[in-house]
Ligand binder design. Structure first.
Ligand code: HEC
Ligand code: HEC
Ligand code: HEC
Length: 139
């Protein structure tokens, strides 16, 4: 009897510990300077600051939104939705004083900052433009 209760307690504690570890990791990321908007981007000029979804949600779930959008576009031909990758780049890309866009995945730029910190490297930009393209500019 005693052992079975202890064992059950262990099974309850394990997921709680995991959730706490993940939550505090996420908070460390959210509190750090990593991921701040880059100056010279449209995003940095929006007042009050607002992304396509609430910011805390974007911090944790942007990858799911983008991948869902990809499936909608590639498999169902639906485009121009507010979660398009082209849209993220158009708003978040930095522009230098000369008006030239700086690739979003260049060192220290918006899509690189957090990813570098957490060790994620995106294969996406082998095919996808890292600066706004004429085709995405009028979306
Ligand atoms: C081998 C090339 C290739 C790679 C790698 C790739 N894609 Fe794509 N992706 C495409 C093509 C081609 C389309 C269709 C282009 C279109 O219809 O606009 C597309 C469309 C999309 C779209 C819909 C269009 C848009 O701008 O929203 C999204 C979102 C997307 N991809 C996300 C991703 C993400 C995220 C990754 C990395 C995890 C990725 N893709 C990697 C080729 C690629
Ligand atoms: C029209 C402009 C615009 C578009 C389009 C946009 N964003 Fe944002 N995004 C913002 C702004 C402004 C903020 C800052 C919000 C704040 O400070 O609360 C932000 C915040 C974020 C954050 C949190 C950054 C941090 O410092 O923690 C992430 C991640 C993010 N966006 C990813 C994306 C992705 C991925 C897409 C495409 C699916 C996208 N955004 C599309 C304007 C935009
Ligand atoms: C606030 C920090 C932050 C910013 C800014 C950010 N990301 Fe992320 N992104 C993450 C984290 C953390 C992960 C890894 C999550 C995981 O490992 O499950 C990730 C993962 C991803 C993935 C999934 C990669 C994979 O292989 O599964 C995609 C796609 C992605 N990000 C796209 C973007 C794009 C595009 C931008 C710029 C518009 C961006 N992210 C900006 C924090 C960020």
């Amino acid at each position: 009897m005693f052992t079975s209760v202890r064992r059950r307690a262990w099974f309850v504690m394990l997921p709680v510990g995991l959730v706490l570890a993940i939550a505090s990791g996420g908070r460390a990321l959210a509190d750090s300077k990593v991921g701040a908007l880059v100056s010279g981007s449209k995003a940095a000029g929006i007042q009050p600051p607002q992304c396509v979804e609430p910011t805390p949600y974007m911090r944790r779930h942007h990858m799911e939104l983008i991948l869902h959008q990809r499936d909608m576009t590639v498999h169902e031909g639906i485009r121009g939705n507010k979660h398009s990758l082209a849209g993220c780049i158009d708003c978040h890309v930095a522009r230098g004083d000369d008006g030239k866009a700086v690739p979003v995945n260049a060192e220290g730029q918006f899509c690189d900052s957090c990813h570098d910190y957490v060790g994620v490297s995106l294969p996406c930009f082998q095919c996808h433009a890292t600066v706004p393209t004429p085709a995405s500019a009028h979306k």
